[in-house]
Design a protein around this ligand. Sequence first.
Ligand code: TMP
Length: 209
Amino acid sequence: MTRGKFITVEGIEGTGKSTNIEFITKRIEAQGFDVLRTREPGGTPMAEQIRLLLLDHGQEYLPSIAELLLFFAARSLHLRNSIIPALLDGKWVVCDRFTDASRAYQGSGRGQDLDRIERLAEWVQQGLEPDMTILLDAPAEVGMQRAAERGEGDRMDNEELAFYQRVRTGYLTLADMHPERFAVVDASRPLPEVQGSIEAKLNTIFSDK
Ligand code: TMP
């Protein structure tokens, strides 16, 4: 059996990830593939526990190194116990965020050393890379406005606008560095247009299956 494809979806808050992941999953299923829809941090019972720690760590100070290591610890569990078995089983995996989020948020956003993040990525991923990364891109102001309208408010959402501008720039830089993997979609447009663009990108991966 051929392994399934690994699709990751990235973007700052408020770029419509959930709605579009639903759309992506349905498009892949319509091609006759089984899909594992999952997310980071999370995707396994232990990784979901780590997610809870990351998003709400109470009063205790979370050093940025500990934060980075927790994201990669969750990723290691997720790969070993969920993503890789699903791919080997022929399923397509659609993952809400992956290592590019660590590069963009911990690296570009928080200023963690990008080479160190790459070493962790090599160690944890052991050569497995997404086949396609759909980057839902919008100006940070637009994303923040949409996230505020939804009334979201975990620790990450309270970061200042400048942080999200750095994260967005980080994502766009990654897309420039890896054009073979990234599909950048302008998510500030009306949803039907966004989904039309996503569909066109997915068709390229369907045609080389
Ligand atoms: P979510 O709200 O999209 O589920 O993601 C949770 C938060 O975690 C979001 O603000 C982005 C952040 N995050 C990182 O900072 N680094 C990572 O590696 C991942 C996967 C998520």
